[in-house]
Design a protein around this ligand. Sequence first.
Ligand code: TRP
Length: 352
Amino acid sequence: MTNKKRLLTGDRPTGKLHLGHYVGSLKNRIALQHKYEAFFIIADLHVLTTKNKPEDITEIDKNARQLVLDSIASGIDPETATFYLQSGIPEIHEMYTLFQSLVTVARLERMPSLKDMARAANIEMPFGLLGYPILQAADILCVRGEMVPVGRDNIAHVEVTREIARRFNHLYGETLPIPEGMVGEVPILVGTDGQAKMSKSLNNAIFLSDSPKEVEKKVRKMYTDPKRVSADIPGTVEGNPVFIYHNAFNPNKAEVEDLKERYQAGKVGDVEVKDKLTTAINNLLEPIHERREKYEAPGLVEDIILRGTQRAREETKQTLYAMKKAMGLSGVWNRIQRKAEKHHKKQAKQDD
Ligand code: TRP
């Protein structure tokens, strides 16, 4: 057994991963995965909080597969990481129920992230969405996660998790670890269209699985300095998506500096700047595609999810058992069962 601290994080399976995920979370997960014992949840029940139509649910298998495939292709080691499917561990919802009495509605109603999600999905706040952070607390605490790297929008959910764990321990005795949230330093990656965020639904994403040709096409169409109508006009580098991407993905710093200088002086065409960016991104993606191919065989990723879910379920059962024991809740059902059994035996004797 390892004495490393446990890291737990995860995603809703909503589709293929893109460069925004890579710089925003994957890179950090890859860097941390061996320092900790790494668990990654595929949070399919969380998808239902905003998308619960049958046609959304049928997508989950495929999306979960893509999520894990993209993660492994990017460098998460499937030999050491544990990927688990939330809906494959029914004890998580049991825990979720037990946690619900430890948080007030007012606390949840104040959370901007939940309102943002309802607005983005164009729905009125469902009860399940209000409970989103409580379910997330169950995801984290079920495997007794200690370190939780998340995006800025999710740090408030880790805060709720901490409150739940503290409240639980205070009421019932020390049982749960108080996990620590960890927010990355990297800013959110802009979309290829210059919009604030790269996102599948905004149609401004370069996916990790995009072919070199697709990358070239998307980069060619990228938004740059709109005032720069020809190559001899000095352009702005600051806040320019093409240069933001060069900073993020081009390891050749001298080339990037040279391009910036010439761009600001009106001495380079957009085509050259973009073609060099295409090359840089394709160089980054090449080994990712190679690893992806190795894991693409049907059933291989599913087997990784199966084994991970079995492992996480064992951990969850242990945590849940400890929780119910601390609460005195397991005793209730045991005593009722015992008394009923006694009664059955007595009746059986009388009937003899
Ligand atoms: N809320 C995360 C998201 O925005 C997904 C998630 C679900 C998660 N459970 C988690 C993240 C537990 C970290 C820990 O997609």
